[in-house]
Design a protein around this ligand. Structure first.
Ligand code: ADP
Ligand code: 5GP
Length: 214
């Protein structure tokens, strides 16, 4: 966090949503190509901004080394995923690079009623479903400084082999073309600057007059 960032947060925390008996929290969707730094940025953001929580998704992908059930994802079989989707317990869902991903609806709705803002860190198709089902959701696109830097981050993370990286880069080109559907774009070049910018968006949205034009 920059020095300016800490001053901003200290000043704003007391003022965050002055009437907390008022409307529910905001849904903030963060989308961006795999490897752009969504996980890294969001981890810092939830530590910094009060009343901000991250939704944990359900996926059919296999667990990566270092990941934990219930913290990074709920890892389920394709059959279990289909069952949850069919019973309507997923707020949105999508296939990405051959695996299924979805957001558990009940947890998100409960936290919103409790006046927390809920971050959904999801890919583009899911973001478009949220936009349709919850028009008041705030949609943020996290961009890489360049495709070359994105490839370097995916390679550096070391969680996918060259074939899967190629698939994710292909997908990234398609996703970058969808930026126009989002309300905000934040470039994740300098990590602290990206976290600062996201915090500003979240604080500004808390002060927005509901039902006003954005
Ligand atoms: P995502 O969740 O979008 O797939 P990650 O958060 O896993 O991406 O980040 C991918 C890689 O890029 C990680 O190795 C991470 O440490 C690195 N990274 C994230 N943000 C930055 C940044 N601003 N500058 C340089 N490297 C970064
Ligand atoms: P990864 O396999 O790298 O964890 O995630 C792959 C992609 O799926 C990322 O773009 C991630 O944001 C997205 N994703 C994770 N959870 C969900 C979800 O619940 N719904 C949707 N639509 N996408 C998700």
């Amino acid at each position: 966090m920059t020095e300016n960032g800490s001053r901003l947060d200290a000043g704003l925390q007391a003022e965050v949503r002055p009437d907390r008996s008022g409307p529910a929290g905001n849904v903030i969707v963060i989308t961006g190509p795999s490897g752009v730094g969504k996980g890294t940025v969001v981890e810092k953001l939830v530590q910094r901004v009060p009343h901000l929580v991250r939704s944990v998704s359900v996926t059919t992908r296999s667990m990566r080394p270092g990941e934990k059930e219930g913290r990074d994802y709920f890892f389920v079989s394709p059959q279990e995923f289909e069952r949850r989707k069919a019973e309507g317990s997923l707020l949105e869902s999508a296939e990405f690079a051959g695996c299924q991903y979805g957001t558990p609806r009940a947890w998100v709705e409960e936290r919103l009623r409790g006046q927390d803002d809920v971050l959904l860190v999801i890919e583009v198709q899911g973001a478009m479903q949220v936009r349709q089902r919850m028009p008041e959701a705030v949609l943020v696109f996290l961009s890489p400084p360049s495709l070359a830097e994105l490839e370097a981050r995916l390679t550096g993370r070391g969680t996918e082999g060259p074939e899967k990286i190629a698939l994710r880069l292909d997908k990234a080109r398609q996703e970058l073309a969808e930026r126009r559907h989002f309300h905000y774009e934040v470039v994740n070049d300098d990590l602290d600057a990206a976290v600062d910018n996201l915090a500003h968006i979240i604080y500004a949205e808390r002060l927005r007059i509901r039902n006003s034009a954005r």
